[in-house]
Design a protein around this ligand. Structure first.
Ligand SMILES: O=C[C@H](O)[C@H](O)[C@H](O)COP(=O)(O)O
Length: 316
């Protein structure tokens, strides 16, 4: 079998290893409806032009002087890519948020030769655009259900590497890609490195719900599960609620410290509410978290035989 990944900008097709038929990956369809086309080995390769001309390699990172927080995000992202995105890794999950553009920037810097045989799986609209605009090969998790490494941001990470995610409402796809990955790595600035979840990130646990069930889920979160201030997340520049990439709503449910000390317990309870699609608590999923610090060092927390060890990488 040959895998041909059509590059949307240069219209090149890259063959993979096993010969017998070709799979064409159409970069221009929304990833949710991406289709794989089978063709005989003799079929000519037909490029699919992007309907709108977009700049190549336009990873949206400010070129002006970076703030301390942005530098910390970049430091974490660069260090994690250097340690975990190795030449043998061919299927790579790309998370969402403001730290992830630095991940993509560092991957692009590994060079065309390494990246031409790789496929990158997005966790949402933002990361799909990042991948396409960086001239990397786009795939989806239904085509590549086993991912070598997924790197993603987090809203907060606790002592045991449990995470709150979903501040950008991407946690459903993010969790699927984290689960699909042999290695799931988190990158963040120093503000996200906490003892308990909910310490600095106070809006609460993001809960994706199907729209028609939101009122019932909200009521149960408030009255039964102990989050009296749970609220439906409202959009900033649109009247009405935030609508996710999967056409759902998001409830933010803050819980008191005693509940957040056992995130997997509350995760299971929320997940059992009918109408809940996914919960932004990632328990026991990350193998390592990289936190960029203001002094230029990186704090690394990683799992070693089910224990979490912490080390510091000092600025060179
Ligand atoms: O839904 C959004 C994601 O979970 C993000 O990865 C998370 O919000 C962290 O984003 P940032 O890197 O911007 O802090």
């Amino acid at each position: 079998m040959s895998l041909y990944l059509c590059n949307p900008h240069k219209y090149l097709c890259y063959p993979s290893r096993a010969p017998s038929f070709r799979i064409f990956v159409d970069h221009h369809r929304p990833f949710s409806s991406a289709k794989t086309h089978l063709a005989s080995a003799q079929t000519p390769i037909t490029p699919v032009p992007r309907p709108v001309t977009m700049p190549v390699l336009a990873v949206p990172i400010a070129t002006t002087t970076l703030s301390a927080i942005e530098q910390s995000k970049r430091l974490a992202a660069y260090t994690a890519v250097d340690k975990h995105i190795l030449p043998e890794h061919k299927v790579i999950g790309i998370g969402s948020g403001s730290t992830v553009p630095y991940v993509v920037e560092r991957i692009v810097a590994q060079g065309r030769e390494l990246n031409k045989d790789r496929v990158f799986i997005p966790t949402g609209f933002q990361s799909k655009e990042l991948i396409v605009m960086s001239n990397l090969n786009l795939g989806d998790v239904d085509q590549f259900p086993i991912i070598d490494v997924t790197i993603d941001g987090a809203d907060e990470v606790d002592l045991d590497l449990n995470c709150i995610k979903g501040g950008g409402a991407c946690h459903l796809r993010e969790k699927v890609l984290a689960e699909a990955a042999n290695t799931f790595i988190v990158v963040a600035d120093y503000r996200k490195n906490a003892e308990y979840l909910g310490t600095n990130f106070t809006p609460g646990v993001p809960v994706e719900v199907v729209p028609f069930a939101y009122a019932q889920v909200l009521r149960k979160l408030r009255d039964i599960l102990g989050s009296p201030n749970a609220t439906l997340r409202m959009a900033k520049a649109k009247a009405g609620p935030v609508v996710t990439d999967n056409s759902n709503f998001v409830i933010d449910a803050p819980f008191p410290r005693e509940i957040m000390q056992n995130p997997s317990t509350i995760l299971a309870k929320i997940k059992m509410l009918t109408g809940v699609v996914e919960v932004g608590l990632f328990c026991d999923m990350a193998q390592a978290a990289y936190f960029g610090n203001e002094d230029g060092s990186v704090t690394v927390k990683r799992k070693v035989e089910s224990r979490v060890v912490e080390e510091s990488i000092l600025p060179s």
